[in-house]
Structure formats: structure tokens, C-alpha cells
Design a binder for this molecule. Structure first.
Ligand SMILES: Cc1cc2nc3c(=O)[nH]c(=O)nc-3n(C[C@H](O)[C@H](O)[C@H](O)COP(=O)(O)OP(=O)(O)OC[C@H]3O[C@@H](n4cnc5c(N)ncnc54)[C@H](O)[C@@H]3O)c2cc1C
Length: 475
């Protein structure tokens, strides 16, 4: 490396990422093995988007620091550095309108927290630091698989006859051999690597499930069973679904060898159960997700507003009230990010992070506010969600072209441009892409009711002790 070489010169290009997808990974998609995700009609749109995202980490775009390192991987030494990281999350989220739930900056934040508190991993701490550096230097596309199969959680191994949950089955001189499945990993078909760690608290009897590691998706023995793509055909009939379907897949490990240098926790229930408080990782990860929630709410507002203006429905008082509620949702989520960043402080591990209470409030509220935002979008756009020009009507030679162009013409838009807005609104409200987005946000932090109870504890623990007028009742 010459003296003038920056980290940016070493970071992979989008082209290199796309070429790397043909690495022998086993991805089943709707019943078939996909040869090359970069060139398969069902996946090339998403792969291309991720390639563009990697290329957007060039200097001056606000996604990487002056030395070329992606900001999502930065350990902050000041409140200003926390703020800069937040602006990078916002820029990334805006590229997909917040619709890419598992953009790679999310797991980057998890690794960064782990590296900043690597002592938590005891004998494996050097592995954690080395992997964080490797991921940062290559700007890896990462996702995580943490949830366990529902059968084991709800029926138990006895009723099913066998255990499905991912567990360690033996160790060798080379590493740990793991077997079983993780329920779901969003984006995994497109990821370079999969980061695995536990989601629920484990008992001592489940020490074989106390695992944390990272491996390439193309590791022998790992198979991903993806749900079908929700991309529309033709793509312009589902303009959002065709660009931002990140896929979700079951991850099956068939005696997969995890090399020792990629093992971060093995068999240590206490370290696994304390992973979150022991590394402060939630303040990092929730910062990214709170920013994305705010940007996504703005996307829904903008779409509803444009549709309402195009059709003139914005002149109805009830629609203006609904738009006001949508604006309030976006502003609430933005305000929680501002509050969290304003409270940035040095944490117990010596790095600066956001105040976590507003971030947790954002996560808890977003699980309810996003479904409400989609409901409002549906009410505002109403019949336009089903009655609109389709992509084929854009062809001047089509029989319906002239009629659609004039019939749907609105304030400041011709009928075909109006049709594109309405098809985007239908994507978010009517089809599998949109309803999956609702489910994703509902369950982003696990079961939402359970998270509300956790928030109650967090809020009361962190609340300033202050005098209350209620104290006077005892006097
Ligand atoms: C689109 C999507 C993407 C996902 N992406 C990922 C991913 O990338 N990686 C990953 O590891 N996981 C992922 N998940 C899994 C997600 O974490 C789980 O769906 C979530 O934790 C809930 O688990 P479950 O679906 O098995 O429901 P269950 O836990 O079986 O719950 C069933 C129902 O009971 C409710 N419930 C459960 N426990 C409680 C409780 N204590 N209090 C109140 N209600 C409760 C739930 O809210 C739910 O309605 C994803 C899920 C979806 C839907």
C-alpha cells in the first residue's frame, strides 16, 4: 500500500461484490437453486442496489470517514462522531426510503459495539476485534440469524422427536461443528457473511446453543431456504417491490465447521445471555434502526401527500387530518432520534453512544406506528390503490394509453406519472411486499408486547428522580 492509499481504495467496489455472489452459495428460492443472484431475474434488482450502496461509500458522500472507513463501523470518540454516524445511517436509509430493513449498516453497528467492548468475549476477544476490522475494511454485506425455530420453542424437542435449533455438536482442532437451523435471516441470500448469536435467554442445559460466530454464506454445509421473491413482473408494476425485496431465508447448518478464529462465544451461557448489556450493543443497533424508522415514516408521508395532491383529495378536511397524523408519526420518530443523539455520552466501555431510552421508545412505538401509517396511506389513496394505469399503459402504442393519460391526469402530473405514484402506494398497502413490510416492523424487536414491558423497566430505571405533585398527597 502506498502512502497515499486510503481505506477507500481498498474497499470493494459494487462490481466486485456482484462477482462475489457466484461463490457456490446454496440458496433455494421458490423451490430451485439459484446459480448467480447477480444475474437471476428474481434477485438482480436487489443485488444491483447493494452494489450501488457499496459504491456510494466513496469520499464526500457522507457514508465513510475521511480515511475511507464506513461510518457504520466507527467507534465514536465524541458526541459529534455519534451524530456523524447517525447522518450516515440517514443517507443510507434514504436510498431505499427506509424500506431495506436489513441494510448492511445494521449488523455493522452490532460488530462495532462488540469490538468496542471485546473484553466481554473473554478468550475469544481477539477474534471479535479481528473480525470487526476485516468486515470494516471490506465493507462486508452482513446479516444476522438469531431467532430459533418455532417448533423447538413452542413444542419442545420431546414432542417433535428431535431438536432443530442450531447447536454445537463437537469440536475439532480446526473449530466448532454446528448443526440445526436458525428460523430466519433477512437479506441472507445477498449477504457476504452471516453473523449468528442467540436471541432468547438460554438455560445452563442449553449450553450447546450458546454460540456466537460469523461465517461466509458460501460455507460448505450451510443452505438457505428463501421465501419467493415479491418482485413484480413487469418490474414497473411494483416499483418498490421490484427494487427493495431483500428476501428472508431459513438457515440450515448441516454439520458446518466454524473455524476457531470465527468463534466469538462457545458453550458459555452467561456470556451469551449478557451479550446485550455486556457490550452495550443495543444503543448502537437501535440508533441505526431508529433513524431508518424515521426515514421510512417520511417516505410514507411523502407518498401519501403526493397521491393526495395529484388527485385533489388533499382538499378534503378528513384527508388533511390523516396527512397530519402521518406527519406527526414522522416527526415523533425524528424527534426521538434528535433526543437520543442530544443525550450522546461516553458509555462504560469508553466510547460515545446515544442515550438509549429514546431509541427504545422509537423501536417500541414504530412497531405500532408503521402499521398505522400504512393504514392511513390506504385510507388516503383509497380506490386509487386498485384503479390506476399499469406499466403497459405507458407504451404510446397501447390501447388504453391515451385514455389513461388524460383520465388520471392530476394536479401537476399527467395520468401516467400519477399511475406510478399509485402503484408505489399499492406496493406498500396491498401486496405481499407491503404486508411483509408491516410484519417486519411489528416484529423488528421481537414480540411487541414483550418489548413494551421491557421498555417500562428501562424507562423507570433511567428516569431522573424528581419531585412529583403526587408526593404532596402524602403530606
Ligand atoms: C419479515 C421478518 C423478518 C425477520 N428477520 C429476521 C432476521 O433477519 N433475523 C432473525 O434472527 N430473525 C428475524 N425475524 C424473526 C423475528 O425476530 C421473529 O418473528 C420474532 O422474534 C417473533 O418470533 P415468532 O415469529 O416465532 O413469533 P412467536 O415468538 O412464536 O410469537 C407468536 C405470537 O405471540 C406473541 N408473543 C410471543 N411472545 C410474547 C410475549 N412474551 N408477550 C406477548 N406476546 C408474545 C408474538 O407477538 C406473536 O404475535 C424476522 C421475522 C419477520 C416476520
Amino acid at each position: 500500500m502506498t502512502a497515499n492509499t486510503t481505506a477507500h481504495d481498498r474497499i470493494r467496489t459494487g462490481k466486485e461484490y456482484l462477482a462475489g455472489l457466484a461463490d457456490g452459495r446454496r440458496v433455494h428460492l421458490a423451490g430451485r437453486l439459484v446459480d448467480d443472484l447477480a444475474h437471476d431475474p428474481a434477485t438482480e434488482g436487489m443485488a444491483g442496489f447493494l452494489a450501488d450502496l457499496l459504491d456510494a461509500h466513496r469520499p464526500g458522500e457522507g457514508l465513510a470517514a475521511d480515511d475511507g472507513q464506513p461510518l457504520a463501523y466507527s467507534l465514536a470518540d465524541s458526541p459529534a462522531a455519534v451524530h456523524a454516524r447517525g447522518r450516515a445511517f440517514a443517507r443510507i436509509a434514504r436510498l431505499s426510503g427506509g424500506l431495506l430493513g436489513r441494510s448492511p449498516d445494521f449488523v455493522a453497528t452490532v460488530l462495532t459495539a462488540w469490538a468496542g467492548a471485546a473484553g466481554h468475549f473473554g478468550a475469544f476477544q481477539d477474534n471479535v476485534r479481528a473480525y470487526w476490522k476485516l468486515a470494516r475494511d471490506a465493507n462486508l454485506v452482513l446479516t444476522h440469524a438469531i431467532s430459533d425455530p418455532p417448533g423447538d420453542r413452542h413444542l419442545g424437542p420431546d414432542a417433535r422427536g428431535e431438536t432443530q435449533t442450531l447447536r454445537s455438536v463437537r469440536t475439532t482442532a480446526e473449530g466448532v461443528v454446528v448443526r440445526g437451523a436458525k428460523m430466519l435471516a433477512t437479506l441472507s441470500p445477498f449477504a457476504d457473511e452471516l453473523v449468528v448469536y442467540p436471541f432468547r435467554p438460554l438455560t445452563e442445559a442449553e449450553a450447546d446453543q450458546a454460540l456466537c460466530f460469523a461465517i461466509p454464506v458460501a460455507t460448505p454445509g450451510l443452505t438457505l431456504y428463501s421465501r419467493p421473491s415479491y418482485a413484480a413482473t413487469p418490474a414497473d408494476d411494483g416499483p418498490l417491490a421490484s427494487r427493495f425485496d431483500e428476501l428472508d431465508a431459513v438457515c440450515r447448518f448441516d454439520d458446518v465447521l466454524i473455524p476457531w478464529n470465527r468463534v466469538f462465544i462457545h458453550g458459555d451461557v452467561e456470556t451469551a445471555n449478557n451479550l446485550r448489556p455486556g457490550t452495550g450493543m443495543t444503543a448502537y443497533a437501535w440508533h441505526q434502526s431508529a433513524v431508518r424508522a424515521w426515514i421510512k415514516a417520511e417516505t410514507v408521508f411523502d407518498l401519501a401527500d403526493r397521491c393526495a395532491k395529484a388527485s385533489g383529495r388533499d382538499r378534503q378536511q378528513v384527508v388533511r387530518q390523516q396527512l397530519g397524523e402521518l406527519a406527526g408519526i414522522a416527526e415523533t420518530l425524528r424527534g426521538l432520534v434528535v433526543a437520543a443523539e442530544a443525550g450522546a455520552h461516553q458509555d462504560e466501555f469508553g466510547h460515545h453512544t446515544c442515550q438509549s431510552v429514546p431509541l427504545a421508545a422509537s423501536g417500541m412505538l414504530h412497531a405500532r406506528l408503521y402499521p398505522r401509517a400504512v393504514e392511513l396511506l390506504q385510507q388516503i389513496v383509497s380506490s386509487g390503490l386498485v384503479m390506476h394505469p399499469v406499466a403497459a399503459d405507458e407504451d404510446p402504442g397501447s390501447a388504453a394509453h391515451a385514455f389513461m393519460r388524460t383520465y388520471f391526469a392530476g394536479a401537476g402530473v399527467d395520468g401516467l406519472a400519477h399511475g406510478r405514484l399509485l402503484r408505489a402506494a399499492a406496493d406498500l398497502t396491498m401486496n405481499r411486499f407491503g404486508t411483509r413490510q408491516v410484519l417486519y416492523e411489528r416484529l423488528f424487536l421481537g414480540p411487541p408486547d414483550a418489548f413494551q414491558a421491557k421498555f417500562y423497566d428501562l424507562f423507570t430505571q433511567h428516569r431522573d428522580s424528581r419531585e412529583s405533585v403526587l408526593d404532596d398527597l402524602d403530606r
